[in-house]
Design a protein around this ligand. Structure first.
Ligand SMILES: [Cu+2]
Length: 115
């Protein structure tokens, strides 16, 4: 085997090692799917990075509960979730910590864990 075949692999390994620090990765939009079922928001706890756009791709698939919207009080947001329609909820969490969301009556709740 020639040495030239080994060199590109070493170069690739170096690039992969640097990848977590790459700026382009930080700019990537975060996308999380949330299904609203009779059990509430699934998943009800999600993680996000502070300062990065976060899109919640939300679909309510039940008419059995009062969770017909998503309310994020800290961001002053209240977005209706029509039955069986996918709604994109875009936020940019700025502060680290727990960003809470719920239905209009707070019976169903969830948390965005911002790090
Ligand atoms: Cu409710």
């Amino acid at each position: 085997m020639s040495r030239t075949a080994i060199l590109p692999l070493a170069a690739l390994a170096a690039v992969l090692a640097l990848a977590p620090a790459c700026k382009g990765d930080d700019a990537k939009e975060q996308v999380v799917k949330i299904t609203v079922t009779k059990n509430g928001y699934e998943p009800w706890r999600i993680e996000a990075k502070a300062g990065r756009p976060l899109t919640l791709v939300m679909t309510r698939v039940t008419d059995q509960t009062c969770a017909t919207e998503i309310v994020i009080p800290d961001l002053g947001m209240n977005v209706p979730l029509p039955l069986n329609e996918t709604v994109m909820v875009r936020v940019v969490p700025q502060k680290t910590g727990e960003l809470r969301f719920s239905c209009g009556m707070k019976m169903f709740q969830g948390v965005i864990d911002v790090r």
